[in-house]
Write a protein that binds this ligand. Structure first.
Ligand SMILES: NC(=O)c1ccc[n+]([C@@H]2O[C@H](COP(=O)([O-])OP(=O)(O)OC[C@H]3O[C@@H](n4cnc5c(N)ncnc54)[C@H](OP(=O)(O)O)[C@@H]3O)[C@@H](O)[C@H]2O)c1
Length: 246
């Protein structure tokens, strides 16, 4: 009886060890040293913090945004906070909802250094019930959060695919908690972030053979200029509601 229990215990322990080794997540990159990261919306908030982090880890970074002076201010802030040479940072003025501008920015960035990690982060939110939104706000929200991400991917992926079999690459799509739960009072924003989830899940399969990993990041509330712009305009209760299909 004891023998049988000992054998079972041994087998169980062996299975646990095998599962642990088998399931251990394999990092895409050994380290980030020398990688080129392009971040849309890199001049502020979450995008700027990502830029600081990757630069601190030895990356090159291209920051893309619409406003040149904010981009230059972001570079100053990075240089104050992170020990890195100015020549590891490039900026591109581009509106991601403008295909031509995205095409030029991404191609120039690729010529500077092939892109290893593409962070589609540019995004905005207008705090309003859908029927109260102005048409310009509707266009800007969809144009930046959805179309802008699609344009960036459409331009960058063919370039990334050319080398990704030899150089593992990654795409990061900036979602939100509202990629999974309804953000009350922000129907359109929620719709664009649900779209990020669909895009990420489909691309994860499509890009698997090309050695390009896809990550969908879903932050909760982060204290950034975007959040401050919408605070207080729409009732925050209930903040998140479970989707009806859940
Ligand atoms: N803050 C939060 O609580 C929170 C939570 C979850 C997810 N997120 C997501 O995180 C991302 C970043 O948000 P954030 O809070 O960091 O906002 P933020 O501080 O306002 O930064 C937005 C960045 O996007 C750029 N941008 C906006 N529209 C653009 C466009 N059409 N073309 C190119 N760049 C554009 C902005 O620069 P310019 O204005 O100069 O273009 C800025 O660099 C967004 O996708 C947002 O949905 C935020």
């Amino acid at each position: 009886m004891v023998d049988f229990l000992q054998v079972m215990l041994g087998v169980t322990l062996l299975l646990i060890v095998i599962c642990f080794v088998w399931k251990r997540p394999v990092p895409i990159f050994e380290n980030l040293q020398g990688k080129h990261v392009l971040i849309t919306g890199g001049s502020s908030g979450i995008g700027l913090e990502i830029a600081k982090e990757v630069l601190a880890q030895g990356c090159y970074a291209t920051l893309v945004a619409r406003n040149r002076s904010r981009l230059l201010k972001a570079v100053e802030e990075i240089l104050e906070e992170v020990k890195c040479n100015r020549d590891r940072i490039d900026i591109k003025v581009a509106d991601v909802s403008d295909y031509r501008a995205v095409f030029v920015a991404v191609n120039e960035a690729f010529e500077w250094k092939p892109i290893d990690i593409l962070v589609c982060n540019a995004g905005l939110a207008y705090s309003s019930y859908l029927d109260k939104m102005h048409v310009e706000e509707i266009d800007l929200t969809i144009g930046t959060n959805l179309t802008g991400t699609v344009y960036t991917l459409n331009v960058a992926l063919p370039l990334m695919k050319q080398r990704s079999n030899l150089h593992p690459s990654a795409v990061v799509l900036m979602g939100s908690l509202s990629s999974m739960y309804v953000l009350y009072g922000h129907a359109l924003y929620t719709a664009t972030k649900y779209a990020m989830r669909g895009l990420a899940e489909a691309l994860r399969l499509e890009l698997l053979p090309f050695n390009i990993k896809v990550t969908h990041v879903c932050p909760g509330f982060v204290d950034t200029p975007m959040l401050r712009n919408i605070e207080g305009e729409v009732p925050h209760f209930p903040v998140f509601e479970l989707p009806s299909s859940a």
